[in-house]
Design a protein around this ligand. Sequence first.
Ligand code: 16G
Length: 247
Amino acid sequence: MSFVDRVGALSKDDPAPLYLQLQKLIRDAISTGILEQNEMIPPERDLATFYSVSRITVRKTIGGLVEEGLLTRRRGSGTFVASTRVEKNFSKLTSFSEDMVARGKRPSSKWVSRTSGTVNSDEAMALGLAPGSTVHRFTRIRFADEAPLALEFSTIPGYCMDDPEAIGESLYEALARGGNRPVRALQRLRAVPFGAEYAKLLDVDTGHAGFLIERHGFKADGRVVEFTRSYYRGDIYDFVSELIDPN
Ligand code: 16G
C-alpha cells in the first residue's frame, strides 16, 4: 500500500495552506497508529512527488512535526515517527532501569568506559571524600529496547563497591546489594544542546535539545554514594512531579 493510500490524499477544496493539510494527515495517521512508532517517513523529494507539492511545502510540513515532537530526524538516516515519550516522575528516586521496566521497555547499556582511580578535586567535593580516596567512574549509553535515550557519567566512592566489574545492567541494583543504594537525592536540571560527540552517541543531530541532570545520591547515614551527570534526550523525556502549596 502506498504512503498516500495509507495516510490519505490532500483535498482540493480545503482552503488551508498545503503544509498544514499535510501535517494534519500525518498527525492523524500517527495518532491512529496507521504510521507506527519508529517507522521511516519517505524522503522529502518522494513526498513532494506523491503529493504534487513543492519541496518547500514538504520541508515546512516535516519541520513543524519535528518541532511538535511527532517526528524525529536521525543523523544520516532520515526522518522517523518518534517513539512515545517517556514520563519520568521527578518525585521518586528511581533508576533508569526501573523507569524503563515500568514502561514495558527493555533497559540495556553500552559501556563507554569503566575505570577506578584516585579521586580528583571536583569529585572529592561532589562526593565529600578525602583526598587520596578511591572512586569508580562509569560512562554508559542507556538504551530502551534498541533506542539510545541517555548518556550517563557516574562517580561512585570506592568503599561503596568492591568490584566495579560486577555491575550488571543496573548501578542501583549493584549498590543495593552492598546496602548502599541512595535513599535521597539532590538534583539540578539544565537545558543543553548536544554537541557533536554526545549527539553521535545518542543518534541525534548536533545541537539536539537535551537535559543535563546532575544527581547527588545520599545514603541514609548522609554520605554521598553517587554523583551522576545524566544527559537525557529532550525529544523523549517529559518530567512530571507533584507540587504542593507550601502555604
Ligand atoms: C537514573 C539516575 C542516575 C542513576 C541511574 C541508575 C536520573 C536523572 N538519573 O538515570 O543518577 O545513576 O538512574 O540507573 O534519574 P541504573 O540503576 O539503571 O544503572
